[in-house]
Design a binder for this molecule. Structure first.
Ligand code: SF4
Length: 460
């Protein structure tokens, strides 16, 4: 009889896509997806360490699930609890030491071996773990028909990172950077079009260094596309050969971002008008301490290149406040950078140390109340900028992919524009998965509200 697996996924699109890959490999091993933990034989928490105290949250969540499930009627016993993602990779067997309920630890490169690990437990092993990292790890080839996301499909193009920014744990949890061969990426995009997908997201910790990894660290393993083509050429190939109506990509890393990418975006209608280009700080002193590898001026030059595009490209970013040693002057430079760029969206984080990272050895010198004060000040500035950026859409007709029912209103649906803004609007359920034209009628704090023509005008 087939069993059931329930996922709880935290963090970015990469993690959502990893859960999708794990679902795929487990389906081959006799597991179907459960939509409630109460139905599950296996519960997997797919974790992220961007937020603070991620490991502690895993233990708390497992205790909570345990309490809930021991009260659930019609359950023969508790499910197997497993942890995957960055916490699994970073904490490894410490997870077993600190929670006797955790039986399975799946490192970031171990997803293809998940069925073997589950089999070990089914064969009587008390615990199973795989946290090996290898520059030669193969990319998991996901079949288009086994996707969980209905209308937007994620495609991995790079995994890992070689940048070693001083605050970031990714190089330790995801390993050295590897680029997936372009032919496989293009083939996957073509298959997704045949499956009816309108939008794909090309994913990587640093998509712009696609094909470049070996140049910095000489790590070209057999599955590395090193030297094959650059990211700009890959974008061109995917845009031309797949024919998918909407292509987005994330995350861009400023040092490796170049004008050629903007030129390719200008030349291809199906490359969407959105670039996520995190600066992380506005002061050269802090950028140096973060080991970001670029100056404020160099970052702003990349922004200029994006703004000179003939398309109206939305720019979003990430910013850290309260990095060790950040002075009031440094923070003011972050404020002025945010004002100068005019981001369409900004994720702001208060700095907190991550284990094993170089910055964790620096004195975390900024008091919590100062971090909070800077966070609120920057957020307030960004809210004002964002309002103005959003107001430019008032009255415009934009193309939206209808992705699902709105959580706020029973009559509305929700979706994203090509520039990756959330739009809510009333429409019939038949429009789900379609590209429609929406006239923007109202600007809310982090979204737009629109109206459609009846019947809706479809694109494509
Ligand atoms: S480039 Fe991004 S993923 Fe890589 S180390 Fe820096 S912050 Fe982390």
């Amino acid at each position: 009889m087939r069993k059931k697996v329930y996922f709880e996924t935290y963090g970015c699109q990469m993690n959502v896509h990893d859960s999708e890959k794990a679902t795929y490999v487990l389906s081959e091993a006799g597991y179907d997806l459960a939509f409630e933990p109460a139905e599950a034989d296996l519960v997997l928490l797919n974790t992220c360490m961007v937020r603070e105290k991620a490991a502690r949250k895993v233990y708390a969540r497992i205790n909570e699930l345990k309490r809930e499930l021991s009260r659930a009627a019609n359950r023969p016993g508790l499910p197997i609890f497993g942890v995957m993602g960055c916490v699994a990779q970073a904490e490894a067997d410490r997870l077993f030491e600190r929670s006797k309920d955790i039986k399975l630890v799946v490192g970031t490169q171990a997803i293809p071996r998940l069925p073997d690990l589950v089999e070990q437990l089914e064969n009587g092993f008390d615990r199973a773990i795989d946290v090996r990292l290898s520059k030669e790890a193969e990319f998991l080839e996901l079949q288009a028909e086994s996707r969980q996301t209905k209308y937007i499909a994620y495609i991995t193009i790079t995994e890992g990172c070689n940048k070693f920014c001083s605050f970031c744990i990714v190089p330790f949890t995801r390993g050295r950077e590897r680029s997936r061969p372009a032919d496989r990426i293009v083939a996957e995009a073509k298959a997704l079009l045949e499956q009816g997908y309108c939008e794909i997201h090309l994913l990587g910790q640093n998509v712009n260094s696609y094909g470049l990894s070996g140049r910095y660290h000489g790590n070209s393993g057999p599955f590395d596309a090193d030297g094959e083509i650059t990211f700009a050429r890959l974008l061109e190939r995917v845009a031309e050969e797949s024919g998918i109506p909407r292509i987005k990509f994330t995350t861009s890393y400023p040092r490796d971002f170049d004008e050629e990418i903007v030129k390719v975006m200008d030349a291809h209608e199906n490359l969407c008008e959105w670039i996520h280009l995190p600066a992380q700080a506005g002061s050269d002193r802090v950028l140096r301490a973060m080991r970001r590898g670029y100056t404020r001026r160099e970052y702003l030059d990349k922004i200029e290149a994006i703004k000179s595009s003939k398309k109206d490209i939305s720019i979003t970013g990430d910013m850290i406040v309260g990095f060790p040693g950040e002075t009031a002057e440094d923070f003011n430079e972050t404020m002025s950078l945010v004002a100068e760029v005019g981001y369409d969206g900004l994720y702001i984080f208060k700095y907190s140390p991550r284990p094993r990272t170089p910055a964790a050895t620096y004195t975390d010198s900024i008091p919590e109340e100062v971090k909070t004060e800077r966070f609120l000040k920057l957020q307030e500035l960004q809210d004002r900028i964002q309002r103005l950026r959003y107001e430019r859409y008032l009255g415009r007709i934009v193309e939206v992919l209808v992705e699902g029912a709105s959580s706020r209103s029973s009559s509305d649906y929700t979706g994203h524009t090509r520039c990756h803004k959330v739009v809510n609007f009333p429409i019939k359920a038949e429009a789900l998965g379609k590209l429609v034209k929406v006239r923007i009628a109202e600007v809310k704090s982090h979204s737009l509200y629109g109206e459609v023509n009846h019947p809706p005008l479809e694109f494509g």
